[in-house]
Design a protein around this ligand. Structure first.
Ligand code: FAD
Length: 324
């Protein structure tokens, strides 16, 4: 049965995050030929971003521009989006399982008195049922879930559900709606970005991660070069962060970011369970470690036993040669 599904888009510095397009693809599965309505909060002109959502499969898009929505606050965004939910009465809602998605969606779900399936890695239509797959026990197992009553509300893990191909021939209305926002209890005074360069870790296709085996912040340089030639970004274990070799914003794992890149290269990382919780669902894992018994080799698709300071520069050179 076809459904109207709302997709809550996310942008950063004037560009849509990739997970927005992945959420549109998931919404298309849930809607089963119904409407996929994009909603975008922000300030200023959001027409171009709305149009991009249409090119990626949204039937139409509602933009909510308001100075109070210039930066994310859960009070502001939840009030604005709830007004659209009341107008549209969607049967499904999808958003990325991002920092904002994790904060906003439980608030909306509780207001709607609906269920919420978080961190879905797969969405499948089985007849009239929509079945979501999501990791449990820190990624050691997966469960299948469905919402049997009320709004089908889910967040999806970035990099798992492929976005639909961009098609400029797709047409759909992008309309601006006024929203009434009151009593924001949080004031954002300043945003200080810790990692200003590179791709967002949770959306990166290639991650070169360093652990305590990298031994110093300078030790990350060869890893940065490898990430550079592969068009990826650098991540880290908590061991490396605790040792002060890099910033905590790079930490991957149970208490860091959860990532699912196409390629994860772990350098000098032992493979503690808390680290695996954040990366074991990566599509291809390469481990470089001088200890052949290191646990990381148990989850790796390819293992290189060796000193990372020998191996990584050689990889950089080889890849550069391949590109010539
Ligand atoms: P180590 O375990 O010290 O491993 C270093 C590895 O480098 C070794 O395997 C060694 O053989 C190898 N090595 C050394 N020199 C070289 C070289 N020259 N070339 C190649 N290999 C070399 N950890 C996380 O990563 N993320 C989390 O989110 C996280 N959350 C946690 C939450 C809790 C509640 C707890 C208790 C712990 C958490 N941890 C987390 C910490 C985790 O248990 C480990 O301590 C940590 O992951 C170890 O980091 P590491 O692999 O870099 O260091």
């Amino acid at each position: 049965m076809s459904k109207k599904v709302l997709v809550i888009g996310e942008s950063r510095e004037g560009s849509l995050r990739n997970v927005t397009f992945e959420a549109i693809a998931a919404a298309n599965i849930i809607s089963d030929g119904g409407e996929v309505v994009g909603v975008l909060c922000g300030a200023g002109d959001m027409e171009a971003m709305g149009q991009e959502m249409v090119y990626h499969g949204a039937t139409r898009v509602i933009t909510l521009a308001n100075e109070e929505l210039k930066t994310y606050t859960s009070d502001g965004f939840s009030q604005a989006i709830f007004q659209v939910i009341e107008d549209e009465s969607p049967e499904g809602i999808v958003m990325g399982h991002t920092a904002i998605g994790k904060d906003l969606t439980p608030k909306l779900a509780s207001k709607l008195e609906s269920g919420l399936i978080s961190d879905a890695t797969e969405v499948v239509a089985e007849g009239d049922k929509i079945v979501f797959t999501r990791p449990i026990y820190s990624g050691k197992a997966f469960e299948k879930k469905e919402i049997t009553d009320g709004v089908v509300f889910a967040t999806i893990r970035p990099n798992n559900i492929p976005a639909l191909e961009r098609n400029e021939e797709l047409a759909g209305e992008v309309s601006a709606r006024d929203v009434d926002i009151q009593n924001i209890r949080t004031i954002i005074k300043d945003i200080i970005r810790k990692s200003s360069e590179g791709v967002d870790l949770s959306e990166a296709k290639v991650i070169v991660a360093g652990g305590r085996g990298v031994k110093s912040s300078e030790g990350f340089e060869p890893l940065e070069q490898l990430a550079d030639v592969l068009g990826g970004t650098v991540g880290a274990s908590r061991g490396a962060c605790d040792a002060g070799y890099c910033d905590y914003s790079l930490q991957i794992g149970q208490t860091g970011k959860v990532v699912t890149p196409d390629l994860y290269i772990a350098c000098g990382i032992s493979g503690a369970i808390q680290h695996l919780a954040g990366m074991s669902n990566s599509k291809v894992i390469v481990a470089i470690n001088k200890d052949p018994e290191a646990n990381i080799f148990n989850v790796a698709d390819y293992g290189i036993v060796g000193d990372l300071f020998d191996v990584v520069p050689k990889l950089v050179e080889e890849i550069k040669q391949m590109k010539v």
